[in-house]
Design a protein around this ligand. Structure first.
Ligand SMILES: [Zn+2]
Length: 269
């Protein structure tokens, strides 16, 4: 009887040890694929807005998708050339359609330290001018909501967006949907505000464009990003003088330089 009990106990202990072993292996597997959480700033995701069959807004002969890609590539090169140890990951480097949820997935999968989504603004009022840098939050004015609605309407060009679980049934036509989304707690708000402030300051210094300031609104592309992130409206394609800057190669260099300086400053802090 005692012998039987001993065998049973031995088997029990072996099973426990086996379970602990498998749990440890599982933990090791999970952690080895993730970048460890450190204070090192070494991965930036640059997201050129729109692309492919989504041209974004337009003005003159400029399409938003081309302007955002040109600025994104220039900015990425500046970071790669001048910020040692910082890796740049692009959501697109060609004229390609990328779903909004996939853009934030790319940033999350790579454990990025900063997410920068680059866009151009548009308004029926052709006099509207200047830059805006947005972070995820509840819009304080109807015009901020309109910007988010316009940018979020790219979702309508996605195949079966209603079935995409990442969007949790979000309706791009519903103002209430925008409010609910933008009320999600953002753990990276303070860092995002800091970076957005740097971007707007540098825009004034480098581009001569008027700063309309740092603003809040509910953007699908920022909704699920698990790091500090902003959406930059680099200027109005519908305004002739803004378009001269953001629609030209030399102006895009100035815009990219301004965002680069902001990244450098943010990294330093
Ligand atoms: Zn856009």
């Amino acid at each position: 009887m005692a012998k039987l009990l001993k065998i049973k106990q031995g088997k029990y202990v072996r099973n426990i040890l086996k379970s602990i072993f498998f749990v440890l292996i599982a933990i090791l597997c999970c952690t080895s694929f993730k970048k460890p959480h450190t204070n090192v700033f070494d991965i930036v995701v640059i997201d050129a807005g729109h692309g492919g069959h989504d041209p974004g807004c337009n003005g003159g002969s400029s399409n938003e998708k081309n302007v955002t890609l040109a600025i994104a590539l220039k900015l990425g090169k500046m970071i790669e050339d001048s910020l040692k140890g910082v890796k740049v990951i692009y959501t697109r480097t060609t004229d390609k359609f990328i779903e909004l949820s996939e853009r934030s997935n790319i940033a999350n999968k790579n454990s990025a330290d900063l997410f920068i989504s680059i866009h151009c603004n548009a308004n029926d009022n052709k006099a509207a001018t200047g830059t805006e840098t947005y972070l995820m939050g509840l819009h304080k004015s109807e015009s901020n909501l309109l910007v988010a609605k316009r940018e979020n309407s790219a979702i309508l060009l996605e195949e079966d967006y209603e079935k995409n679980k990442n969007y949790e049934g979000f309706d791009p036509n519903s103002p209430a949907g925008h409010i609910i989304m933008s009320l999600v707690q953002n753990a990276y708000r303070e860092q995002s505000i800091k970076f957005a402030g740097y971007v707007e300051n540098e825009f004034v210094k480098k581009t001569g464009l008027k700063s309309r300031g740092v603003k809040d609104a509910g953007f699908l592309v920022l909704w699920k990003t698990a790091m500090p992130g902003v959406l930059v409206e680099t200027g109005f394609l519908t305004n002739a003088s803004d378009r001269k800057v953001i629609g030209s190669d030399s102006g895009q260099v100035l815009v990219a330089t301004a965002i680069f300086k902001a990244v450098k400053k943010y990294k330093g802090k």
